[in-house]
Design a protein around this ligand. Sequence first.
Ligand code: SF4
Length: 407
Amino acid sequence: MRGSCKRGGFAGGKGIGPVAWRSNLRCGVKHPTPHIFEMTPDSLAAWCSAEGIGGGRAFVAKQILEWVYTKGEVDPERMTNLSKLDRDRLAAKMTFLSGSVVRHMKASDGVQKLLVEWDEPAGAIESSGDISLPMAGGREQGKGTGLQTECVMIPADDRRTACISSQVGCPVGCRFCASGIGGLDGNLSVGRIVEQVWRLGRLEGVGRITNVVFMGMGEPLSNFANVTGAIRILSSLWATGISARKITISTVGLPQAITRLAEQFELPVTLALSLHAPNDEIRRQLIPWAEYTTIKDLLSACQKWFEKTGREITLEYTLLHNVNDRPKHAKELAVIAKTLRANINLIRYNEVDGMPFERPRDANVLEFQKVLRDEGVNVHIRASRGRDIKAACGQLRHETAKAAGGR
Ligand code: SF4
């Protein structure tokens, strides 16, 4: 259906905004309807007024949002404090869920993972304002494995962390990651990003989501407007009310994108830099985007981030056996961490079928950590969670696509 209809501003998939789509019964083609998860109280009140919903009552928008976020209800038929006419209009004109869960897996350690398939089409790939973002290896939009993304709920003590995706596929194409296989299919809209958190919070036994990490599929800073727009909603008290400080944007890092976040986004989010290598040579072997920058330039952008926001950066470092997990690499990494006064999270690699990397040996991980500690660096080894359900980024989608005959 992509490109079949010019109504509602849709012109072949390029340049469309963050809209949800549903079948119009009258003519059988898809037209855009707004998605409840991209609405604010003001925008929803204006929309209700324009659609004649609520009979001019200003608080109808508040009632609807309470149903969605407080009571977890997304079926307008059950919004019993609305009139039957309003419920029917809402059902006809508003998209409540833009995706459907095609797989739901529960790990033995309590981690739960959803594979969500989104309605067509994928979101337009953003021009990203003043930043020209490359596509790894010349990959193109629409060559990926379908409009599926993954999100994961990770329980730990009193925390419930939602690990969510920002894009369908990924333009970066890290050579050890399943999410980059097939390139980028599109951006997730504001509503689709928020919907993931809402869905994870509705899983049995979860309750309230306390933390959000953009560590699922995609490079969040190449979907800047939608990611920052979603964070504004997620941190609002009328929605999920998650403190911005407990929302982490994890980026593979282009210096200008980090600077843009520092200068153009007002909320105090946490920034994590996916470094994964102790020097440019190894980084370029692992991360195609590293061709466009140097660690030195990244450190300079991170320093500016710190000066502007006062918030320290975390360095994420995925340990790959015999690639970047030697003591000499730890010594190089220590110099970087001390330059930034950054904490380091060490992540043990989870193997992906068909990729030539191995999980690091436990002894090497501990030795790597010791070298960093001896250098005075604050370092943690992240617990591997959900291994039995392939919780690492992109693995479930990749396997589902392979089983269906895709790549
Ligand atoms: S590790 Fe992150 S940035 Fe790299 S390909 Fe995977 S999702 Fe993209």
